[in-house]
Design a binder for this molecule. Structure first.
Ligand code: SF4
Length: 373
């Protein structure tokens, strides 16, 4: 049985970036296939992809899907190409298509914002908190920071509330957590995503030795959670999802809970990939050998690698299956479970952090429920 359909299609509309962020999972980790891919997704690949999404929607009776314009830096594709892509999808796909663009915002000028407003495209911006934190990582190829350009773009974005999707911040445990969070709040985001830096057992994340007993990422996130939980001033998707699963609901994001990921990726050359970040650990696990010109997305649903990442509890290691918080944790992101030569059959490299964070959130919720009882 093929399993649940894909509902989120990540389109790599441009394979290069005008920044050189030091933690970038596209350019700085194991997968270097971007070097041989076309820079821009051609109109032919866009047309094939739209037809394949339409086919998937019809085949599974979907009423809505999400298309995420991604890269590299998607705005490098240019206004005309993005407008044409959105029009193509809207004319071909027999369902509501929600568009999001995830950008570094350095090219996000008023013309782009007016275009996104007219097309109904929501914008997510990658920004890492304070100017110092941001410019430590998110630099141009000459080493200069991008903070000033991003701040200017965010000031403009605030005047397009229907376009403003939120902020995405990669956690750096060297920076003060609450100050980082407060810095993001200065831009009045409707939502904030905190992302753990990518890493695995063979290439541990920064500040997280693979065998260490400390929990620096849990400590960091707990400080933000306690501030947020007392007085939520925006949506923090990680916390929203943890609370939803703890209270018996389902998670809508990969890496929390046991719900299968609904995401599939199309590269600029039309190749279909299993996951946007899996390739950062293991390019072989992400590659499907499928292409939008000849293969349906249903063919990807049948592949063992794709099924392995979408099989819930059964797809986890024995240690995870026995874990008391597995229904909330879900073993974390599959990419974070990888060890060279041994694959994915183990807990996340963030296991201790995830267990501590979940335990803390659960105890806060339990205390509140006890008061209400
Ligand atoms: S906390 Fe660790 S062992 Fe438990 S489910 Fe998460 S990754 Fe697996």
């Amino acid at each position: 049985m093929a399993g649940l359909p894909f509902r989120q299609f990540v389109l790599k509309v441009h394979s290069r970036c005008n920044l050189a962020c030091d933690y970038c999972y596209v350019y700085e980790l194991a997968d270097q296939r971007w070097r041989s891919r076309p820079r821009v997704m051609s109109p032919e690949i866009v047309a094939h992809t739209a037809e394949r999404v339409a086919e998937h929607v019809r085949g599974h009776g979907l009423s809505e899907v999400e298309v995420v314009l991604h890269g590299g830096e998607p705005l490098l594709a240019g206004r005309a190409a993005i407008e044409s892509l959105v029009s193509r999808f809207r004319s071909v796909v027999p369902a509501e298509v929600r568009f999001t663009v995830q950008t570094n915002a350095t090219l996000l000028d008023r013309e782009f914002l007016e275009l996104f407003s007219s097309l109904g495209v929501r914008v997510g911006v990658s920004v890492d908190g304070t100017p110092e934190a941001h410019d430590r990582h998110r630099v141009r190829p000459d080493g200069t920071g991008s903070w000033a350009a991003v701040r200017a773009a965010l000031e403009s974005l605030r005047s397009f509330p229907a376009v403003y999707g939120g902020l995405l911040c990669v956690v750096d445990v060297r920076h003060d957590p609450v100050r980082t969070y407060e810095s993001l709040l200065e831009f009045s985001p409707p939502a904030v995503d905190f992302l753990l830096p990518h890493g695995n057992w063979s290439a541990p994340p920064p500040g997280r030795a693979a065998d260490a007993l400390s929990t620096p990422y849990a400590d960091w996130l707990i400080a933000v959670f306690d501030d947020w939980y007392g007085k939520p001033r925006t949506r923090v998707r990680l916390f929203d999802e943890l609370l939803a699963v703890l209270l018996g609901g389902r998670s809508g994001v990969e890496g929390i809970g046991l719900s299968p990921s609904g995401q599939v990726v199309v590269e600029t050359d039309g190749s279909i990939e299993a996951s946007d970040i899996l390739a950062s650990s293991s390019p072989a696990a992400s590659a499907t050998g499928l292409h939008v010109a000849r293969d349906a997305f249903d063919a990807a649903l049948e592949l063992p690698e794709v099924r392995a990442g979408r099989s819930g509890l059964a797809g986890l290691s024995g240690e995870c299956r026995r874990c008391p918080v597995v229904r909330v944790c879900g073993g974390g992101l599959r990419a974070h479970r990888f060890r060279e030569g041994a694959g994915f059959d183990r807990p996340s490299v963030y296991c201790r952090d995830l267990a501590r964070l979940i335990g803390h959130v659960r105890s806060r919720v339990a205390a509140d429920l006890a008061v209400l009882a």
